[in-house]
Design a binder for this molecule. Structure first.
Ligand code: BG6
Length: 513
């Protein structure tokens, strides 16, 4: 088939405009992220006619292999990781646009060679000199790579072309290192050239929080302290640390999940309506929420946060090792694999409404959800009903693996007496929209290629996220835990996590029922 026709002949319907012409340069092209997510995501974009015809990829990695060998490897990988089969013609179209440069990211000799390759690739594929640099590397390389790119003129935006950089967490390991990293990047690039990915924002269900809140007239009027009792955010995983023991042992559940993914969920749930969907309008409102989170004092850290580490236990009936027995983890590790916290947002809408968060590894079921619990109805009519039967209304935004929204309310149990039972009204994505195979990176890559930064984090947001967890990191460091491991794999974390809510007369939503 003629090259230009391959894209338009693809069956799926395009929603949105194709991206700008560009060359995407992937640093870390031999790594897992590239094989599992980036290439399959680019392929899905091509399938949906969302890539420009004037497009190319340049992989950069240390491995000294030829371009042909690189193409062969990527072809093997796509068979394994494509979300929905691979079309031969389209894949060939894609392969012709795939190039490779080897070198050490810190070696200054790499960059003039890369520049030469990019000049050729730009000319061959008419990519207009637009470059998207994806740093799929360890965070230590972010600063040096961007500096070296700038050194050979590859960050310079002149005339008609753009230059953008995507980086993905970890953005530092505390507030100070995050600030340093931002400074390093901003020394040679403009904030609008930097796209900080939080892969949670690539999830449809996370983006849907905005649609749900602001495209429907009926929820926003009750989305405040007058009607909402509290909010729970649970990010539960059944997996352990997998093969990432040595990274995870330096990070821990708090750094790994809270300043980034969980802060995204909080800010989208709690933000004020933005004046438009322009990137900065949305991000300004998100940032305001992050800044309004009440800083925890040392006493608060002791009473409002809980940390845990899993010991051995049963997941789906199978025995799994404790954290300290995992590969790459010291046998006396004091690192936490579970965290729960109670936060308050100091603003007019949320005063006195607690936000309870919990996240952990090796919990009994995988589920990420935001639970909005409304205030109870007055008891007047149902005075004789046991209080536990008067279930408060809960609206649950199920992020994953269930994707949907459910509303729990009380209904009369059929029979002669007035008895109440809790029932759920459910919306599931798959029922309405089918399931779209996706890696979660498609939208983010496409947005970067069209210059839409709405779903990316600004420097100030990253720093605000770290401000929230900083006091916790400090207190936890000063007082190492004495009782680890303190929960068995396959349970919902340490008992203290239940107490955190029970003290306030509340309970975590049960996701196993
Ligand atoms: C990553 C964390 O950012 O997110 C992992 O480093 C975690 O520890 C993962 O497992 C969770 O992502 P998802 O998309 O599976 O919820």
């Amino acid at each position: 088939m003629a090259q230009a026709d391959v894209l338009s002949a693809m069956p799926q319907q395009r929603i949105g405009r194709p991206a700008d012409p560009c060359t995407m340069v992937i640093f870390g092209a031999a790594g897992d992220l590239t094989r599992r997510k980036l290439i399959p995501a680019l392929y899905n974009l091509a399938t949906n006619q969302l890539l420009s015809r004037e497009f190319a990829v340049v992989g950069v990695a240390r491995t000294q292999i030829s371009e042909d060998e690189f193409r062969k490897r990527i072809t093997n990988d796509i068979q394994q990781f494509a979300s929905n089969g691979v079309d031969r013609d389209l894949w060939e179209w894609f392969l012709r646009r795939l190039h490779y440069v080897h070198g050490d990211f810190k070696d200054s000799n790499l960059y003039p060679r890369l520049k030469e390759t990019l000049d050729k690739v730009d000319a061959e594929h008419s990519t207009h000199g637009n470059h998207l640099y994806y740093l799929a590397t360890a965070a230590d390389y972010f600063g040096p790579i961007v500096e070296q790119l700038a050194g050979v003129g590859l960050m310079h935006e002149g005339g008609e072309h753009w230059r953008r950089v995507i980086v993905e967490k970890p953005f530092g390991h505390d507030l100070e290192s995050a600030k340093n990293l931002n400074q390093q990047l901003l020394k040679v690039a403009d904030e609008r050239q930097i796209y900080r990915i939080d892969h949670y924002l690539g999830k449809e269900t996370v983006q849907n929080i905005l649609a749900f809140r602001f495209a429907n007239g009926i929820f926003e009027p009750i989305w405040n302290r007058r009607y909402i009792d509290h909010i729970q955010i649970s990010v539960a995983e059944t997996v352990g640390v997998e093969s990432r023991g040595s990274y995870y042992d330096q990070a821990g559940a708090l750094r790994d999940m809270v300043p980034n993914h969980i802060m995204q969920l909080i800010s989208l749930t709690a933000m004020e309506p933005p004046v438009s969907f322009r990137a900065d309008a949305v991000r300004d409102e998100q940032a305001k929420i992050l800044h309004a989170i009440q800083p925890l004092s040392a006493e608060d850290v002791l009473s409002k946060t809980v940390r845990g580490q899993y010991g051995s236990g049963l997941i789906n009936g199978e025995r799994v090792p404790g954290y300290r027995e995992e590969e790459g983890v010291p046998h006396d590790s004091k690192n936490e694999t579970f965290v729960a916290m109670k936060l308050q947002i100091d603003n007019w809408r949320w005063a006195d409404v607690p936000f309870y968060l919990r996240t952990g590894k090796r919990l009994p079921s995988r589920s990420t959800a935001v639970v909005i619990q409304f205030r109870r109805a007055p008891f007047v009519l149902f005075r004789d009903t046991p209080v536990e039967n008067l279930m408060p209304n809960q609206l649950v935004m199920h992020i994953q693996p269930e994707e949907g929204i459910s509303l729990r309310f009380a209904a009369k149990v059929p029979g002669p007496a007035m008895r109440l039972g809790a029932v759920d009204m459910n919306f599931e994505y798959a029922d309405y929209f089918g399931s779209q195979p996706s890696t979660g990176y498609e939208r983010l890559l496409h947005d970067c290629m069209i210059g839409d930064a709405t779903l990316f984090q600004r420097a100030d947001m990253v720093e605000a996220g770290w401000c929230v967890v900083s006091p916790v990191l400090d207190v936890w460091k000063a007082l190492p835990p004495r009782n680890f491991p303190n929960y068995a794999a396959g349970t919902w974390g340490p008992r203290d996590a239940e107490d955190l809510l029970e003290r306030d007369g509340r309970h975590w939503r049960d996701f196993e029922k």
